[in-house]
Write a protein that binds this ligand. Structure first.
Ligand code: NAD
Length: 275
């Protein structure tokens, strides 16, 4: 396993010819990663980014066809990859995911716990079934992934956990019909803060990324179309996020250049949470 602390010295970094550049230090060669919800959207972009930076990547998704399709995209780029079908709300699937990655590559260095769901309904109509389903994937599922990956990482003395939270953990975005989603994502931030401080002295960093509104097919559905203009006027950047706007952040948090960062919520929302 890679060392818990970056082995790069000042001499390596500041000497002239032959020095190690910041881009070299962000490389993930030799690292083993998995990405849940990797079959589409943000997770797919994360899987590509980690693979391009040199990591071996397990693409994990509830939908096996999606995971396999992304795994093929990675293979075409020459990235060492596998696909795994798993429902992260099921403990046995989570454990199987970790066991599969470890038996294939002998380690888990980068755990990208990205899968999440959003069931929109007005708060007064939200059923306990919807609440439990949302929390079962977004918070309980993310916790189970953190714990199962964390157990391996603590033994290794090294690991980078990157959870996907949401800007909705901070503000209440329009439409205000996602009580269970917003609340579960706030939980992901607190989970990240707690694990991030608890495990850092054993070499495991835990951070999360909170995207704003990301331009995926999801937000172009008929019922959300009328909200698009409203959303755009809410964003200082004047446009929605693209999945590519998030890719460098996951590589940074996965690399040893972010070793001094833990429990952090990296918000990438074109300034929307500030307005
Ligand atoms: P998406 O719906 O496009 O893709 C999610 C993927 O996760 C799908 O391939 C789906 O099959 C998979 N998945 C769903 N439930 C799963 C489960 N139980 N186990 C394993 N895989 C499962 O979503 P996205 O827009 O790419 O969002 C990814 C993450 O980013 C989610 O956590 C979401 O809450 C968060 N997020 C999205 C936005 C946005 O605007 N799209 C904004 C902020 C945060």
């Amino acid at each position: 396993s890679p060392p818990a602390q970056s082995a790069v010295t000042d001499n390596d970094v500041f000497r002239g010819v032959g020095g190690i550049s910041i881009l070299d230090r962000m490389r993930l060669d030799g690292k083993v990663a998995y990405v849940t919800g990797g079959g589409q959207g943000i997770g797919r972009a994360f899987a590509h980014a980690l693979g391009e930076a040199g990591a071996k990547v397990a693409v994990v998704d509830l939908d096996p066809a999606r995971a396999e399709a992304v795994e093929r995209e990675l293979s075409v780029k020459g990235i060492n990859s596998i696909s795994i079908q798993a429902d992260i709300s099921k403990p046995e699937d989570v454990q199987n995911m970790i066991d599969t990655v470890v038996s294939r590559w002998g380690a888990v260095h980068i755990a990208c716990n990205n899968a999440g769901i959003n069931l929109n309904s007005a708060s007064e109509d939200t059923t306990l079934e919807e609440w439990d389903r949302t929390f079962g994937v977004n918070l309980r599922g993310t916790f189970m992934c953190c714990q199962a990956a964390g157990r391996v990482m603590l033994k290794q003395g090294y690991g980078k956990i990157i959870n996907t939270a949401s800007m909705a953990s901070l503000i209440v975005p329009h439409p205000q019909k996602q009580l269970s989603y917003n609340t579960s994502k706030a939980g992901v931030v607190k989970l990240t803060q707690t694990l991030g401080t608890e495990w850092i002295d054993r070499g495991v960093r835990v951070n999360c990324i909170s995207p704003g509104i990301v331009d995926t097919p999801l937000i172009h559905s008929e019922d959300l179309k009328p909200l698009l203009q409203r959303w755009l006027s809410d964003i200082p950047a004047g446009r929605l996020a693209q999945v590519t706007d998030l890719q460098a952040a996951v590589v940074y948090l996965a690399s040893d250049t972010s070793d001094y960062m833990t429990g952090h919520n990296l918000v990438i929302e074109g300034g929307q949470s500030l307005w």
